[in-house]
Design a protein around this ligand. Structure first.
Ligand code: B12
Ligand code: SF4
Length: 500
């Protein structure tokens, strides 16, 4: 049997997290294939390590996970290099970028197969057939590849019962990289675990990359199994905090309450992502229980305070502007910090309406801050994802927007900004609009610096707040150079780009 190299391209400058994507893929082939992981976050020269492995001639498969943005900057050149120097090695990409943009990946000439969604069952099956020189893959789910000049997209499998999947091989990862260094110091604790406990999401927001892959389905690991992993990592490595990386950790109140009861006496602080309308249905008892069990902050997609636009975004559920405000107050009562993310810059019917939407959203964010000043605000600029058929995406296409036609174009500076949702190349957003949003964000971050930047001392926070007070209170946001300068000197961290 040939070996498999699993590559995690660099995704963060600091605070490496357990590379859960490739670790879960490794678990899926553990019994049949020998594998190694190259985590570029932990390498000074990742190509050198890849080359060292491949030059042994023992490897026939190079599997890379790819998120949009910075991971592409290594996934593209390294995959191209593998093809050039080791043409017999098969190249497989998985993760959110190739699942949503498979066409451009396959047309690159160096990606042989895209794993379209979870790889837990299709990847071992694909490798087994490849080993047997059997290229008949049409019945393997979750694949996209070229066959006889045509693109083949195989059927999507259901989301698997998470409790039946093999356990993550933490001990084997330790052979490549010391796990200690994966438990970074964050706002939540001295040693923070990154854990992923469910797949998909039951909703269909029209701007969200999870939707085309999971089509409103969700399945989570049971509370008991999550707790087993957490306890193992706590006992072995003294971890004291958890970032749940699920798209929607809180879908089931029962599971959340059960996990809270299990973790209650372990002194863990934790964070996860959820929906306002879902958690607003939680009882007061569950919310109190969660807080007591260490739930310190929850990330919510608030998106906008405008009910008509919430509807257009297919936000689903029952979220309204009024509820967003009331819920911020409710969270205050339970001492759980709501981290609200807003998506600004969705297309209006004309320039005037787009401007109005941006101004309304900013006014709404200020209102949220008045109601609960502890609310953390994350601002994204709308970057379309191909949610075919949604009203929003139809509008986007009608505006003349299209994704890059060549894979390499995704790593041009403009498209990188698009991925980071900082300055997208959407035809309806003018430069003054983007500047206005960015400048407001700078002033807001100056007046209300995030609590998650733990390097920012109380004195620095105070200085930044004093410096920004006049601008924030009087809504003067143009050219906030003095605040930008301080943020640059102090390397102010935005949790949306690098995590906590
Ligand atoms: C952790 C994470 C990060 C971390 C990375 C941490 C680190 N140090 O490595 C940080 C915070 C840096 C980050 C940043 C960004 N992220 Co991010 N991130 C995630 C998150 C929360 C978890 C990823 C994960 O570990 N999943 C767990 C694994 C087990 O699941 P999986 O990756 O889906 O893997 C399965 C399959 O996809 C497949 N698979 C995946 N890879 C491979 C590879 C092979 C070979 C095979 C066979 C199969 C396979 O099989 C796996 C097992 O079934 C996801 C959301 C999510 N829930 O997945 C977002 C997510 C991937 N990120 C996203 C984005 C957009 C970003 C950013 C680009 C932008 C932003 N502003 O957020 C930045 C980029 C910055 C950067 N520096 O790269 C989006 C992608 C959306 C899209 N349009 O495609 C997601 C989906 C969040 C979202 N809902 O919007 N991110
Ligand atoms: S609730 Fe969140 S994860 Fe679910 S579809 Fe909407 S934005 Fe995506």
């Amino acid at each position: 049997m040939k070996k498999v190299l699993l590559f995690n391209p660099r995704s963060a400058e600091h605070k490496w997290r357990i590379p859960n994507s490739v670790l879960q893929v490794a678990a899926s082939i553990e019994r049949q294939f020998e594998w190694v992981i190259v985590d570029a976050n932990r390498e000074t020269d990742p190509w050198n390590t890849i080359d060292r492995y491949l030059s042994t001639g023992e490897f026939a498969y190079f599997g890379s996970t790819v998120m949009p943005g910075p991971q592409l900057k290594q996934a593209i050149p390294f995959s191209r290099q593998v093809r050039k120097e080791y043409p017999s090695v098969h190249i497989i990409w998985g993760g959110y970028f190739p699942s949503n943009q498979y066409k451009v990946c396959l047309e690159s000439g160096f990606v042989d197969v895209v794993i379209n969604g979870p790889g837990d069952k299709c990847f071992p099956e694909l490798l087994t057939r490849w080993e047997q020189n059997n290229l008949d893959w049409e019945d393997i789910p979750n694949l996209v590849y070229h066959s006889e000049g045509k693109m083949v997209t195989t059927r999507k499998d259901e989301i698997y019962d998470q409790d039946t999947l093999p356990a993550l091989p933490f001990d084997k990862l330790e052979r490549f990289y010391s796990l200690e260094k994966y438990f970074g110091k964050t706002y939540l604790g001295r040693k923070t675990i990154a854990y992923h406990s469910s797949f998909g999401c039951p909703f269909t927001c029209s701007f969200c990359a999870v939707v085309p892959i999971y089509n409103a389905r969700w399945k989570g690991k049971s509370a008991g199994l999550i707790y087993e992993d957490i306890r193992y990592l706590r006992e072995k490595y003294n971890a004291d905090a958890i970032e749940f990386h699920d798209n929607n950790f809180f879908v089931s109140e029962k599971r959340t309450a059960e996990f809270s009861r299990l973790v209650m006496n372990d002194g863990m602080t934790w964070w996860g992502e959820g929906r306002i309308d879902t958690i607003d249905k939680y009882s007061d008892e569950t919310l109190a229980l969660m807080r007591k069990a260490g739930c310190r902050m929850i990330f919510f997609g608030a998106e906008t305070g405008d009910d008509a636009r919430l509807k257009k975004m297919d936000k689903g559920g029952t979220q309204t502007g009024k509820q967003i405000l009331e819920f911020a107050a409710r969270m205050k009562k339970f001492d759980i910090i709501p981290e609200y993310s807003f998506v600004l810059g969705t297309p209006g019917s004309d320039e005037e309406e787009t401007w109005k939407q941006i101004r309304d959203d900013i006014a709404f964010i200020r209102k949220v801050k008045e109601i609960n000043p502890d609310t953390e605000i994350i601002i994204y600029i709308y970057s379309p994802v191909p949610t075919e058929g949604s009203e929003l995406f139809e509008k986007v296409k009608a505006s003349g927007f299209s994704f890059p036609k060549k894979l390499e174009d995704w790593i041009s500076p403009q498209w990188e900004k698009f991925d980071l949702r900082k300055n997208p190349l959407t035809p309806w957003l003018t430069a003054p609009m983007v500047n206005y949003i960015r400048n407001f964000e700078t002033v807001l971050n100056g007046y209300h610096p995030t609590v998650s930047d733990i390097r920012l001392s109380p004195a620095k926070r105070k200085l930044m707040r004093v410096l920004s007070a006049f601008r924030y209170r009087n809504s003067i946001v143009a050219r906030p150079y003095e605040i930008k300068l301080l943020q640059k000197i102090w390397k102010y961290r935005q949790p949306e780009t690098e995590g906590f």
